[in-house]
Design a protein around this ligand. Structure first.
Ligand SMILES: [Zn+2]
Length: 336
């Protein structure tokens, strides 16, 4: 093999992949090499001043991420997770409300800018892929990743493949109607699951109870967060405990539907509020065990051991996006 082919050989076998998790507040990235080893991470504020500014902010974050690695490798592919609906065929973000992107040609713009293949996925599905590839100790092939934050959505992996559905809406459990007389949801319907159990809902439940005269530790908190409610419950506050228990029961019922819909090996919960860890899982497991007392079906399918919290030390959205980039390299091997 002459020197030129040797160089070409090493350029093809070692390269950088960048995974990007685009959120309404921050853009987070990870730099992986061809062996999917991490070489750096970055988080920058999202520039929302206009749709192009947001794209340039993402492009700048990608450049800075590549600069974290040494010059022996070159950028080969980019993967992105986006909170919205995509047209995968044309690389267009159809609707990403929080980013103000409507019919925005993100993939063509980034491909033109970087000259490498780019792929995107809905952010929750990208995180589900991150769990499947990088936070999967039992090598489960069927996983439901439940993202709980301002809303709630489920990213589903079946037989090792992401499930998108016809319109990319598969797994939108947050908009399942649970209580037709419940709070009004952003989608315009009353009582969607996410109005009852999201991190936002936990805060709303606490504020409503306090407005109705409930006392306790939370009444003295200036800006109530979901985390503060879980902390107060752990410290023995009765109101906080009631909210945590009520949310746990609702979530346990919803996760029962997820398990019955997809028959998964694992249900993995992620999002800031789940960092309460065992304290977050306990009321859910308690409700599953209660259901088991009277139901053989519940005993067969609602096994607490399939339930766990996603690895909080890794940005699984960015890692999953990097996995999309890796898949691009495997799908289009540069053999010439
Ligand atoms: Zn809704």
């Amino acid at each position: 093999m002459d020197a030129r082919s040797l160089n070409r050989e090493s350029a093809l076998s070692s390269y950088w992949l960048v995974g990007v998790d685009i959120g309404g507040t921050t853009v987070s990235t990870v730099l992986l090499d061809e062996g999917l080893r991490a070489h750096g991470e970055l988080t920058v504020p999202t520039d929302l001043s206009n749709p192009d500014a947001t794209m340039w902010c993402v492009a700048a974050a990608i450049e800075q991420t590549v600069a974290l690695g040494d010059a022996s490798r070159r950028l080969a592919a980019i993967g992105l997770g986006i909170p919205g609906q995509q047209d995968y065929e044309h690389g267009i973000v159809r609707i990403a409300v929080n980013l103000h992107w409507y019919d925005y040609p993100l993939i063509p713009r980034l491909t033109e800018r970087f000259g490498v293949p780019c792929a995107f996925e809905n952010d929750v599905r990208a995180a589900a892929l991150g769990v499947y590839r990088f936070d999967n100790p039992n090598d489960d092939q069927n996983i439901a990743y439940v993202s709980i934050g301002t809303g709630l959505a489920v990213g589903v992996i079946l037989d090792g493949k992401l499930v998108r559905g016809r319109h990319g809406l598969a797994g939108e459990f947050g908009h399942m109607i649970v209580d037709p007389n419940g709070p009004l949801c952003n989608c315009g319907t009353r009582g969607c699951l996410e109005t009852l159990v999201s991190a936002t809902a936990v805060v709303r439940r606490a504020k409503e109870a306090i407005a109705q005269g409930a006392g306790g530790a939370l009444a003295a908190v200036d800006a109530i967060t979901a985390r503060a409610v879980y902390d107060a419950a752990a410290a023995g506050d009765a109101l906080a405990q009631r909210i945590v228990d009520d949310v746990g029961v609702e979530l346990a019922r919803a996760l029962r539907s997820v398990v019955l819909a997809y028959d998964v090996d694992g249900v993995v919960l992620g999002g800031g509020v789940t960092r309460a860890g065992e304290r977050y899982l306990r009321p859910i497991v308690a409700e599953w065990l209660r259901q088991q007392e009277s139901s053989a079906l519940a005993r067969a399918v609602l096994r607490p051991e399939i339930l766990r919290i996603a690895d909080p030390t890794r940005n699984l959205g960015a890692w999953g996006a990097a996995a999309l980039a890796a898949d691009l390299m495997n799908r289009h091997p540069q053999t010439s």
